[in-house]
Design a protein around this ligand. Structure first.
Ligand SMILES: O=C(CO)[C@H](O)[C@H](O)COP(=O)(O)O
Ligand SMILES: [Fe+2]
Length: 222
């Protein structure tokens, strides 16, 4: 079970400090949300910010691209320090090519699906992706309510992985808190993104550790 704090909910004026807090508290990945104002109705930040926080931690950077034409920017995010890059299937008309491009830079490649996208669309690439990210809110904003109808997709992805010995991690993103993380873990998720449930708390380190221990107690038994 891995925790991936989302810096979308961190203090942008003090990012290095916030990154260090969750890194020291045992974060497994740092989840970095890139929004372009086109694919999603919000703008976050670009590769230069990613580069500027790279020196604050050694944990892998999990870069969630919510952008149109991701192929155009993948190399920039690799150079900025990304270790895992996930792209939305809804933004990739040539998904296989995009995954090849990500891997050509020697980083891990993953695919994201929105709440209203069926997981079966990913069947042709399941054997070769490192991560599947199931959005549990509609992407674009932190602090939204978890959408429980996504849970059967997580179960299906976990079943496919068990049946076929696939190697991808199943990540959930959006509205993850101490209650909703239980259903996600039971369904088979193993990487948990949390923004507001960590950074909006008085003690982000303690919040992260609590979330992880709840997830550990509810590991899916296949
Ligand atoms: O991708 C995202 C939004 O599009 C964020 O990673 C996600 O919303 C995290 O925020 P919170 O945990 O507050 O829901
Ligand atoms: Fe995200």
């Amino acid at each position: 079970m891995k925790m991936a704090p989302s810096i979308l909910a961190a203090n942008f004026a003090n990012l290095g400090h916030d990154v260090k807090i969750v890194s020291d508290a045992g974060a497994d990945y740092l989840h970095i949300d890139i929004m372009d104002g086109h694919f999603v109705p919000n703008i976050s930040f670009g590769p230069s910010i990613v580069k500027s926080i790279r020196s604050y931690t050694d944990i892998p950077f999990d870069v969630h691209l919510m952008i149109q034409n991701p192929d155009q920017y993948i190399e920039d995010f690799v150079k900025a320090g990304a270790d895992i890059i996930t792209v939305h299937v809804e933004a990739c008309p040539h998904l296989h090519r995009t995954l090849q491009l990500i891997r050509s830079f020697g980083v891990k490649a993953g695919v994201v699906i929105n709440p209203a996208t069926s997981a079966s669309i990913l069947e042709p690439v399941l054997h070769e992706v490192d991560m599947i990210l199931c959005m549990t809110v509609n992407p674009g904003f932190g602090g939204q309510a978890f959408i429980p109808s996504v849970l059967p997709k997580i179960e299906w992805l976990a079943e496919q992985r068990e049946k076929n010995n696939y190697l991808y991690e199943i990540e959930v993103d959006g509205g993850v808190n101490e209650e909703t993380i239980i259903d996600c873990a039971n369904a088979g998720a193993d990487v948990f993104v949390a923004g507001s449930a960590i950074f909006a708390k008085d003690d982000p380190a303690e919040a992260l550790q609590n979330l992880k221990s709840v997830a550990m107690k509810h590991v899916r038994r296949g």
